[in-house]
Design a protein. Structure first.
Ligand code: URA
Length: 330
């Protein structure tokens, strides 16, 4: 007999060794390998519980290194005695530590090992652990590619002369395995000051529109065609767009979203070669196996009030697409 369902939270801790992750596994008395994990206490959040368990079981304080976006949910069974099984729902987070991180195990475990992905796959036995490890490994490899891309992209101003955009790079934001990706035009002054995309007035409208379409902003990836502020909010030139081109396409390739939402004329022209957004916004298009949705840019509705009902209608249509593609669950 199986009784459900207790909620646990865990942390897969890793460090990078020559661009490859090695994972922390703890040895249980029973002989098998485990990640740091345990029961979520009353009133505790999942991430909070995962951090507490990691500290108790490995001595590692991971509050500053837990990945803001990654989570993997699974279910596993334990033997509850007297022939009974108990099912536990487990949410796993990831956290990267430095090479010098010092592990101090508790008396719940008899030892620990840092293991490569391949070695860990050979050593662990249960299906849920394999699933979690695969999911985390795949995410960490995307993360490594994205941080390489961001480092390269942020140094663009020093390799192009003259450079007429801000020199501040505004990275894309969101889970690297997001199913839905939003592509805007270029950061504004507030984004430039805070180095985050879509946080000004257009950004606040975008967040509300995303919510109205049935998604949560934090489950989507948000970026722009050009990731440097064009002074006075001017439209980026063809030359500037072309200098940034490969970086946008590489981001799409890393995230591999099921749906790319192009916000406004610059994104629609850059990605799909569309000359005028006014007759096609609110519609879907497929190209090279990727699904695109076209929308007005939120700034157009912030600046010109008569565009507000149009963009709301775009996002109502987007909401229908999202539910027909089953994309509402992160
Ligand atoms: N508008 C954009 O197109 N991108 C941003 O990041 C912010 C505003």
């Amino acid at each position: 007999m199986v009784t459900t369902l207790q909620h646990d939270a865990g942390m897969l801790v890793y460090k990078m060794n020559k661009s490859v992750p090695v994972f922390l596994f703890l040895k249980r008395r029973e002989g098998w390998l485990d990640i740091t994990k345990g029961h979520i206490k009353n009133g505790e959040g999942k991430a909070e519980a995962a951090l507490r368990e990691a500290l108790e079981e490995s001595g590692l304080n991971l509050a500053g290194s837990i990945d803001r976006y990654f989570r993997c949910s699974t279910v596993y069974e334990i033997d509850a005695g007297k022939g009974k099984k108990e099912e536990k729902e487990l949410t796993v987070f990831i956290a990267e530590v430095g090479s010098a991180a010092k592990v101090i195990i508790s008396n719940e475990h008899t030892g620990y090992a840092w293991m490569s992905y391949r070695d860990a796959l050979d050593a662990i036995k249960s299906g849920w652990q394999i699933g979690v490890l695969q999911c985390a490994y795949e995410y960490i490899m995307r993360k490594a590619r994205m941080s390489e891309l961001n480092a390269e992209y942020s140094s663009l101003p020093s390799s192009i002369s003259p450079w007429n955009l801000s020199r501040v790079f505004v990275p894309g934001e969101g889970p690297l395995n997001a199913k839905v990706m939003f592509v805007g035009q270029a950061p504004g002054a507030q984004e430039d000051a805070e180095r985050r995309p879509f946080i000004g007035r257009s950004g606040q409208l975008l967040s509300a529109l995303i919510r109205s379409s049935g998604l949560k902003r934090e489950d989507t990836y948000i970026t722009s065609v050009v990731q440097f502020f064009p002074p006075k909010n001017r439209i980026p030139t063809d030359k500037e767009i072309s200098a940034c081109r490969s970086f946008l396409h590489r981001q799409i390739d890393i995230i591999k979203p099921r749906l790319v939402v192009l916000l406004g004329a610059v994104a629609a022209k850059e990605v799909l070669g569309i000359k005028s957004i006014s007759s096609v916004h609110g519609t879907m298009l497929e190209k090279d196996g990727v699904s695109y949705f076209l929308s007005l840019h939120p700034a157009a509705a912030v600046r010109i009030k008569s565009n507000m009902p149009k963009i709301e209608e775009d996002f109502r249509n987007l909401g229908k697409q999202i539910s027909s593609m089953g994309l509402q669950d992160a």
